[in-house]
Design a protein around this ligand. Structure first.
Ligand code: GLN
Length: 473
């Protein structure tokens, strides 16, 4: 039996029954990576085939980790030249929690867009990851490496990060489950910041049960993160109930408009009919400020990013280009170290924060952000969940959108509002296009109500079985 094909909960059961050992899982996984990763390139390695590093400790189930989450003694470079060779002196809190739970992390790190800037994993200094369902297509981004690894059975489960959709959109492109927790639910300590008021770490898994299990491990208050919230962590597996009778679900009319691919629309509508037949009550709702989400996000996220990236000065971390003066050293290092998208965001963000423009852009965007959050608060007064497509299109071809940043930015149109509001959301597989590319269904709920979306997602999954369709590579 190929252990790498199984879910974490199936493997845990086998370990408990003493049918297998953790070492077997690790060695099976490493074999799979050696076989497939030269094609998929889900992991960060210049030479993908040779000798993947052994896992840190061969315990429990290994979790594959995105390259922006600090792993002590293991390179953490955010797929940016500017962090070349950076070896964090400490673990992110999520890593310590994984180890404390009796599991381990895989020594290899997952590919991503540089500093999580992107929707396709094409902005990595290591080159793009390929979508396992069609190697000519992108896996989505920025957690494309994590999603592709899970889809190709090169990972049992993985962690990604989501600032504007970077867990959910790649999950939908790769046909896996991706959950973005409530802001403050999971510690950001040791996550290299992109936009601190939006970033969250979350699971990418083969099914909903694994997402709940990984949430149990990584969630909870952390004194090292001042934005982590001190509310008790429920046992998320208790929400895996195959029953949604009477659940009230809203369908936002602003999400089913021009630009939505007809095959994606059809798959999501079919999912809605299925959920109706299972007893959920649907009603159209309105999120009137939806049209401002993308511009608001690209002002706030770039403003925060430009400030967060100021620390990469050639002194403390990574790359250093020695020059005659200190200023020249800063300049040269940043010029060579950052890729085009990082530079674009530093320029945009610095502009939005500069004197004379701050009020017109940044402050205004913050006000509209509040309106977007209030839209959700209003709907959740009467509804448990909201359902939308995860992405307006299935996976696109590598290179198709690289010359047009605006087009690329629009691929996050359905995921971004969630981060602006700080609420949780999950993407689950809900079908395939005629060309065999996966489609994702997004479920949203109120702050700290991950339970409701897990229940809906679980019921849908158990009654459809899309997650069981495996690709042949
Ligand atoms: N694609 C969005 C961006 O480029 C979101 C990225 C993310 O969630 N990290 O900003």
């Amino acid at each position: 039996m190929e252990l790498s094909r199984l879910t974490a909960h199936e493997l845990l059961e086998k370990i408990r029954n003493k049918e297998i050992t953790s070492e077997q899982i690790h060695s099976d996984l490493n074999k799979k990576i050696e076989e497939l990763d030269p094609k998929v390139k889900a992991y960060v390695r210049t030479s993908h085939t040779l000798n993947p590093e052994p896992s840190v400790n061969l315990k429990g189930i290994p979790v594959s980790i995105k390259d922006n989450i600090c792993t002590e003694g293991y390179h953490t470079e955010c797929c940016s030249k500017i962090l070349a060779g950076f070896n964090p002196p400490y673990n992110a809190t999520v890593i310590n929690r994984i180890i404390a739970s009796g599991n381990s992390f895989l020594g290899l790190k997952c590919n991503m867009d540089e500093f999580a800037f992107g929707s396709s994993t094409e902005n990595s200094c290591f080159g793009p990851t390929h979508n396992p369902w069609n190697l000519e297509c992108v896996p989505g981004g920025s957690s494309g490496g994590s999603a592709a690894a899970v889809a190709a059975d090169e990972a049992i489960w993985a962690l990604g990060t989501d600032t504007g959709g970077s867990i959910r959109q790649p999950a939908s492109f790769c046909g896996v489950v991706g959950l973005k927790p409530t802001y403050g639910r999971v510690s950001r300590f040791g996550l290299i910041a992109f936009a601190s008021s939006l970033d969250q770490i979350g699971p990418l898994t083969k099914d909903v049960r694994d997402a709940a299990l990984l949430m149990n491990i990584i969630s909870g208050y952390d004194a090292n993160d001042s934005t982590s919230v001190n509310t008790p962590v429920p046992d998320y597996t208790k929400d895996l109930i195959n029953d949604i009778k009477g659940m009230r679900v809203g369908i936002p009319k602003e999400y089913f408009v021009k630009g939505l691919d007809p095959e994606v629309k059809a798959a999501v509508e079919e999912a809605i009919s299925k959920l109706k037949s299972l007893g959920a009550q649907f009603k159209e709702v309105s999120l009137p400020h939806t049209e401002y989400a993308v511009p608001v996000y690209y002002i706030i996220a770039t403003a925060e990013a430009s400030s967060n990236l100021a620390r990469f000065d050639a002194v403390q971390y990574g790359l250093r280009e020695d020059q005659k003066s200190l200023i020249d050293m800063y300049k040269k290092t940043r010029q060579l170290g950052f890729g085009d998208e990082a530079k674009r965001r530093i320029l945009l963000g610095t502009f939005a924060l500069s004197h004379g423009y701050y009020d017109a852009y940044y402050l205004r965007a913050q006000k509209v952000r509040t309106l977007i959050k209030q839209d959700f608060d209003n709907v959740f007064k009467d509804f448990d969940c909201i359902i939308t497509p995860t992405s307006p299109t299935p996976a696109f071809k590598i290179g198709e959108k690289t010359d047009d940043p605006l087009k690329m930015y629009l691929s996050d149109i359905y995921t971004i509002s969630v981060n602006l509001a700080g609420i949780p959301a999950i993407s689950v597989p809900c079908g395939f296009t005629k060309k065999g590319l996966p489609v994702g269904l997004q479920i949203l709920s109120q702050h700290f109500n991950e339970g409701a979306l897990l229940r809906l997602a679980y019921t849908y999954e158990q009654n459809t079985g899309w997650h069981k369709i495996k690709l042949k590579l």
